[in-house]
Design a binder for this molecule. Structure first.
Ligand code: IPE
Ligand code: IPE
Ligand code: MG
Length: 250
């Protein structure tokens, strides 16, 4: 595959284990993850990929101990404050996906609104921060909207449902990378991930750098995407086998 992935999504996992291995508190692992976030955004921006999505906080992460949840809320705000101006200067448009839970503090909403307003007209890469995001909740939200609008059952198609997602213009994910060696989606962008190429890396998120993104993109280029079809080239055994299971890890 020659073309650059249009939408790369990263499940940023492994902060806790990174800290644990150093005898540090879990929150120190989250803090260390900021450098990886900056590196990933810069590398994606420089590669020319138009859509980058980062999984920052899941609807399930509310189950964590309250001090860690509190830290993650503040941490998100810190990442925005430290980086929004620089990302804005690069023409990056920043949007937040999810952010629906009443437990999100007002000060976090304020900073999110600020950065979304600041970067709204930017035409460079769109950075989607999945924050208080759950793929299932997204689908429930869209379904509710259809019901509220009285859309007749026979008019509910994939296109219509897709048009009722929070960001209907967010394209399908081409390349989905999860760090930390876990092999699961954890409720991430279920609608958009339907045909994503999956890459699982053993690196823990705070250690993630441009070279890891490049490694994943290189793997992606060696994959054959078939979308259920049966082209002549798809019938040949391809390098897909390289990426099977944990063999993708690094
Ligand atoms: C990812 O790292 C950060 C969030 C989920 C917010 P974890 O905190 O899940 O780290 P591990 O998986 O426990 O190592
Ligand atoms: C997924 O990681 C959520 C984010 C990366 C924000 P988790 O660490 O919360 O997922 P599980 O618990 O391993 O499925
Ligand atoms: Mg985790």
């Amino acid at each position: 595959m020659d073309s650059l992935p249009q939408h790369i999504a990263l499940i940023m996992d492994g902060n806790g284990r990174w800290a644990q291995r150093r005898g540090l508190a879990r929150i120190d692992g989250h803090s260390a993850g900021e450098e990886a976030i900056v590196a990933a955004v810069m590398a994606a921006h420089e590669s020319g990929v138009p859509w980058l999505s980062l999984y920052a906080f899941s609807t399930e992460n509310w189950r964590r101990p309250q001090p860690e949840v509190d830290f993650l809320m503040t941490f998100n705000q810190r990442v925005i404050r430290n980086n929004a101006r620089a990302w804005h200067d690069l023409g990056i448009r920043i949007r937040y996906l999810g952010k629906a839970d009443p437990r999100i503090p007002d000060f976090v909403h304020e900073d999110i609104a600020f950065v979304e307003d600041l970067t709204r007209e930017n035409t460079g890469m769109t950075l989607t921060m999945a924050f208080d995001h759950g793929g299932r909740r997204d689908l429930v939200r869209a379904t509710r909207m259809l019901v509220e609008r009285g859309v007749p059952a026979e008019e509910v198609t994939e296109d219509v449902l897709g048009a009722h997602m929070q960001y209907p213009d967010l394209p399908d994910i081409d390349l989905l990378v999860r760090t930390s060696g876990e092999h699961r989606l954890s409720n991430f962008m279920l609608w958009q991930a339907a045909y994503a190429e999956l890459v699982f890396l053993d690196v823990l998120w705070p250690d993630f750098r441009a070279e890891h993104l490049q490694f994943a993109v290189d793997l992606y280029h060696r994959r054959q995407r078939r979308f259920g079809g049966a082209t002549e080239s798809a019938a040949r055994p391809g390098p897909m086998a390289v990426g099977a299971g944990a063999g993708d890890g690094r």
